[in-house]
Design a protein around this ligand. Structure first.
Ligand code: AP5
Ligand code: MG
Length: 211
């Protein structure tokens, strides 16, 4: 079973992906995480990706599609995977169709007014990737799960978030129609309710689909 997680920046894709991946034993493949790991390791891909990510723009399609195509050949993805942040435009969706069969698209709709604060206040653990919001940290600078250092993503600033949201509206939102026409989209609404509430809704639908 191959599942795509669709949603605007900050909609909660990564948060839900961790939970979905655990429950259905699907590898969580996040193109954003792959790019950030490459940036951290100073690879050629990382250097290229950084110049786009820092501006809130999409990394070129050829590079992104090649990464995902390769990742899907790994042993852990042979029975399916959970794609987070890919595809992100119609070109990528058409490319993906050439090398994978998509069974379901979990689309998280969310009121944009919630996103700026969520993203600019986000702090992420360098070790395990857990996300926090500054308002709940009470000054803590380390992860309560693993003790790793917390950091702020470089693209989580007002100017870059604005551009990420514009890119989402222009390039990614049309995918909702693309997958709706195909009859495989599952729509959910993100809100201020805790992430577990949304996960319970998603799991109730996926349980019926996956069994
Ligand atoms: P990527 O890493 O995919 O970032 P994004 O799409 O902008 O989304 P985020 O990771 O910021 O948000 P999310 O939806 O995962 O939300 P999260 O769960 O963290 O991409 C980054 C960049 O890489 C792109 O801009 C682009 O340059 C490049 N890139 C990636 N994929 C690409 C592709 N396919 N093609 C080309 N370029 C690509 O939640 C956000 C915050 O909210 C967290 O703090 C979380 O704790 C909190 N939160 C979550 N749920 C709730 C809730 N229910 N209530 C309250 N807070 C919540
Ligand atoms: Mg994410």
């Amino acid at each position: 079973m191959n599942i795509i997680l669709l949603g605007a920046p900050g909609a909660g894709k990564g948060t839900q992906a961790t939970k979905i991946s655990e429950r259905y034993r699907l590898p969580h493949i996040s193109t954003g995480d792959i790019f950030r790991a490459n940036i951290k390791n100073g690879t050629e891909i990382g250097l290229l990706a950084k110049s786009y990510i820092d501006k809130g723009e999409l990394v070129p399609d050829e590079v992104t599609c090649a990464i995902v195509k390769d990742r899907l050949t790994w042993e852990d993805a042979k029975d399916g995977c959970l794609l987070d942040g890919f595809p992100r435009n119609l070109f990528q969706a058409a490319e993906l169709d050439k090398f994978a069969k998509i069974d379901a698209v979990v689309n998280i709709n969310i009121d944009f007014s919630l996103l700026m604060d969520r993203l600019c206040g986000r702090r992420v653990c360098k070790e395990c990737g857990e996300s926090y919001h500054v308002s709940t940290l009470n000054g803590a600078t380390v992860c309560s799960r693993c003790g790793g250092e917390l950091y702020q993503r470089k693209d989580d600033n007002p100017e870059t978030v604005k551009s990420r949201l514009e890119v989402y509206n222009e390039q990614t939102a049309p995918l909702i129609d693309y997958y709706t026409k195909r009859g495989i989209i599952l729509n959910f609404t993100g809100s201020e309710a805790p992430a577990d509430v949304l996960f319970a809704e998603i799991a109730a639908v996926l349980d019926k689909k996956i069994g």
